[in-house]
Design a protein around this ligand. Structure first.
Ligand code: TPP
Ligand code: MG
Length: 352
């Protein structure tokens, strides 16, 4: 028998769960200012998440999906992208969105069911939050093909969950990205769950990264709780895409340390010991330990940061709460370029 092809999936991690470095740091991570900036974004995101859940619990917000425990992934994405790249998120990518100019008030508006929350004033070219799983992957491939046709040195970053990689849209996008050598980076947030369905019941594939191999391009795993590893992998994949050398897939291994959304109760299906173990691996603590050990951070700075985050969030909540109600006619006006006759009467009924 002849072996006609062989494949490998590498795994990358610099910072372990105790904040120790286990291989020489990449250039950017030797600069404490950059690391502190990543740290601040993760803390801001976690604090925002907690506030959003409180708003939902007190009847001031609709269903909300938290990014608790997964902050490193989209923090690294926001830091690695250029402003004129395009971001195609799923629904837990607040850290990246905040860095790209999306406001907290917009995010809160969206999760209150107000579509104006998806009209990002500062960054209208980024795609909105995507709840229909994996559909963003094909839209992202379409945008990347436009960049290629126009010879623009721009890159698309698209995020989906582990569960979303089982959908046809995901595989179709992977195939297209490979065959057309598109400037796109697929990031899979492998948080081990698709609502209550564990990773092992979603696919028999040993890794999700290997799904890129069938598309004819590289896939790798990174420790998704090590913001340095995620950023490093993204820097390389984005540079490769920008240079015209095609797509990449990064599977970031993490854990969903929260309910799927505020409409879920994960205690009914998860194993408390596994969750306790996963808390040991979470991304913020390890970076804080590293920064403190190396005298880049201390308790006073930590306390200041918490105050700053709370102030920023309170301001955003006030802005969100003061948003005038959306017009009922919006649901007609923004669904079609020109409204089909059948809806004209319905529109007139709500137009008071
Ligand atoms: C096309 C489609 N099918 C089903 C759903 C219902 N649904 C919402 S979230 C979810 C699980 C998603 O899991 P994963 O992709 O791992 O993302 P995570 O929520 O873990 O970030 C499902 C099945 C949906 N939103 N879209
Ligand atoms: Mg998942």
């Amino acid at each position: 028998m002849t072996i006609v092809a062989k494949f490998e999936i590498p795994y990358l991690r610099f910072l372990d769960s105790e904040g120790k470095i286990n291989k020489p740091l990449p250039h950017f991570a030797k600069n404490s200012r950059d690391l502190i900036s990543l740290y601040r974004t993760m803390v801001l995101t976690r604090t925002f998440d907690a506030k959003a859940i409180n708003l939902q619990r007190t009847g001031k917000l609709g269903t909300y999906p938290s990014s608790l425990g997964q902050e490193a992934i989209s923090t690294a994405i926001g830091a690695a992208m250029q402003p004129n790249d395009v971001f195609c998120p799923a629904y837990r990518e607040y850290a990246a969105q905040l860095q790209r100019g999306v406001t907290m008030a917009e995010i809160l508006a969206y999760w209150s069911g107000d579509e104006r929350g998806n009209q990002f004033a500062a960054n209208p070219e980024d795609l909105p939050i995507y709840v229909p799983l994996a559909t963003q992957c094909l839209h992202a491939a379409g945008i990347a093909s436009a960049f290629k046709l126009r010879n623009q040195p721009r890159v698309v970053i698209v995020v989906c969950g582990d569960g979303a990689t089982s959908r046809g849209d995901f595989y179709e996008a992977i195939n297209l990205a490979g065959v057309w050598q598109l400037p796109i980076v697929f990031v899979v947030n492998n948080n081990q769950w698709a609502i209550s369905v564990p990773r092992t019941a979603q696919t028999n594939a040993a890794t999700l990264a290997q799904k890129a191999i069938a598309g004819g391009f590289a896939g790798e795993q990174v420790d998704g709780n090590d913001v340095i590893a995620v950023k490093y992998a993204l820097d390389n994949a984005i540079a490769k895409a920008r240079a015209g050398s095609g797509p990449s897939l990064i599977e970031a291994i993490t854990y969903r340390l929260c309910d799927h959304t505020t409409a879920d109760d994960a205690k009914r299906y998860w194993d408390p010991q596994t969750v306790e173990q996963a808390w040991q691996e979470e991304p913020i603590k390890r970076l804080r330990q590293y920064l403190i050990k190396n005298k880049h951070w201390d308790e006073t700075q930590e306390a200041h940061l918490q105050v700053e985050c709370n102030q920023q969030i309170e301001q955003a909540v006030t802005e969100y709460m003061n948003l005038p109600p959306a017009k009922l006619t919006d649901m007609f006006d923004y669904l079609y370029a020109s409204l089909p006759a059948i809806y004209l009467e319905q529109r007139r009924e709500v137009e008071i």
